[in-house]
Design a protein around this ligand. Structure first.
Ligand code: ADP
Ligand code: MG
Length: 466
């Protein structure tokens, strides 16, 4: 169960901090033990370097999200030494050690500007083997996207090119992109498939420019058979990157290579992208994916339970499914919490247990439809209390008082919505996820020493959710 929790944490961290952080740091770390009595999570890192880095940068992220998954408040995080002492320099691929998949020489080192150096990933496809077609549950909300994705694997580059899948967060876009990659790899081992988030594409491009590696960058993309770009909306307003992207698109398209994109909105609606690129994105098949109805939600829950060697009854699955309205990631999260609680307390998964676990996390004392709190609502209430307008909150101004209220906004947005740190940062004036994380720990610190402040925030919170 713990390994399942760590896997879920990795999924969340991927959303919150980006795949690069997960691949570089969190994949090197193992969740070793959780002590429910002292509320301490013990993590194991392969070496001092990783340990220090994670400690200095990701403790709040670990606490908040492991806390949620384990269903406790802010667990303490301790590092234990690796059982097997691994010398950094002697890590070779044929050593089956804890760090066998982690090569220190390739660590993405942050630079002063905050841009990460991307490790050369010539032979890496970044495909996650857990996301395959066979564990994707098909229903009316996603059948078209599924069929198109499947068709693409039968005739890559021929049928729908590009394939463009759009829909809200947490509805299975990333899953389908990886499934395409896995399927094509399974059919043809030599096919060169690359999955890349648009975000990582942008960073890779920036670092290619900085380190004068444009040639290498272009070479890498030139040789790809199937290019899967996730969350393509992240290239908004990045003109130079778009230029490079445009060329890569043309080269691959002209060579009949398959292109697949995902986005949170349809191509014409992606802001800050030149028209010629937007229209190219819509050249092939554009298909959407939306929140499934109750039957599909139940089927997904049963599938997920089965994949983690567990079982949920129809009754429990219905109960969980009926509580989650907007996002499959959240649906999975609820299931994991219920199953983790059952397993840790040695109880079976009954509807009473599910109710207990899921209601404990909810703001309302009784079972109700989940609250719908959005960013606007939070800012309206903060404006009432502190007087700052939306424009001011999104501005670059660092006026001390305003900056503090902005931090409160970030804190509440994280607490009351299921949006990622990145979404919050983007909304509040295009700030980085680490700024949001910093804000949250600032507010938590402030809360720990100022009770009056805690009460005030609690009041605002009650008004927002009330
Ligand atoms: P998106 O990229 O649209 O934000 P993801 O692909 O990351 O969403 O999906 C979020 C989670 O929900 C993943 O763990 C994924 O496996 C799961 N999921 C989404 N749709 C389905 C489905 N139809 N069947 C099974 N799992 C699904
Ligand atoms: Mg995604």
């Amino acid at each position: 169960m713990l390994s399942r929790i760590w896997e879920d944490f990795l999924l969340i961290a991927r959303e919150e901090a980006g795949s690069r952080v997960v691949e570089t740091w969190f994949k090197a770390v193992a969740l070793q033990r959780w002590d429910a009595i002292t509320n301490v999570v013990y993590l194991q890192a392969p070496n001092q370097f990783v340990k220090d880095w994670v400690k200095n940068n990701y403790i709040p992220l670990l606490q908040v999200n492991l806390g949620r998954l384990l269903h406790v408040e802010m667990p303490k995080i301790f590092f234990v030494d690796a059982i097997e002492e691994v010398k950094e320099s002697s890590t070779t691929p044929n050593q089956p050690s804890a760090s066998a998949t982690f090569l220190p020489a390739k660590v993405a080192e942050p630079m002063r500007t905050g841009i990460m150096r991307v490790p050369s990933s010539k032979n890496q496809s970044h495909i996650n083997s857990n996301y395959v077609f066979s564990n994707f549950v098909v229903g009316p909300s996603n059948s078209l996207a599924y069929a198109a994705a499947h068709a693409v694997t039968e005739k890559p580059g021929k049928l729908y090119n590009p394939l463009f899948i759009y829909g809200n967060s947490g509805l299975g876009k990333t899953h389908l992109l990886h499934a395409i990659g896995n399927q094509i790899k399974a059919q043809n081992k030599r096919a060169s498939v690359l999955y890349q988030t648009a975000d990582r594409f942008v960073n890779e491009f920036i670092s290619a420019i900085r380190f004068d590696k444009m040639h290498k960058f272009q070479e890498k993309y030139k040789d790809i058979d199937v290019l899967l770009i996730d969350d393509v909306q992240f290239i908004s307003n990045k003109e130079q990157t778009q230029e490079a992207f445009f060329h890569i698109f043309n080269t691959l398209y002209d060579a009949h290579k398959q292109l697949v994109f995902s986005s949170d909105t349809f191509p014409q609606n992606i802001q800050g992208v030149a028209e010629r690129l937007r229209s190219r994105l819509a050249w092939g098949l554009v298909t959407d994916i939306y929140m499934p109805g109750i039957e599909t939600k139940v089927a997904i829950l049963k599938k997920k339970a089965e994949l983690s060697n567990g079982m949920v009854s129809d009754e429990v699955a219905h109960f969980i499914a009926s509580r989650v309205v907007s996002n499959i990631r959240e649906l999975e999260g609820s299931l994991v919490r219920v199953m983790a609680f059952a397993s840790l307390t040695h109880q079976s998964v009954t509807i009473d247990l599910a109710r207990k676990v899921l209601l404990r996390n909810s703001s309302s004392p009784e079972e109700q439809a989940p609250r719908t709190v959005d960013f606007e609502r939070i800012l309206q209430h903060l404006q009432k209390q502190y007087g700052y307008s939306l424009n001011e909150m999104q501005s670059k101004s660092r006026n001390k008082d305003l900056a503090f209220v902005r931090q409160v906004a970030m804190f509440l947005m994280k607490k009351l919505t299921d949006k990622s740190l990145r979404d919050i940062g983007m909304y509040l004036g295009g700030r980085d996820h680490s700024t949001v994380m910093h804000a949250i720990s600032k507010i938590e610190q402030h809360s720990s020493v100022n009770n009056e402040f805690v009460q005030k925030i609690k009041c605002i919170e009650d008004e927002i959710v009330g």
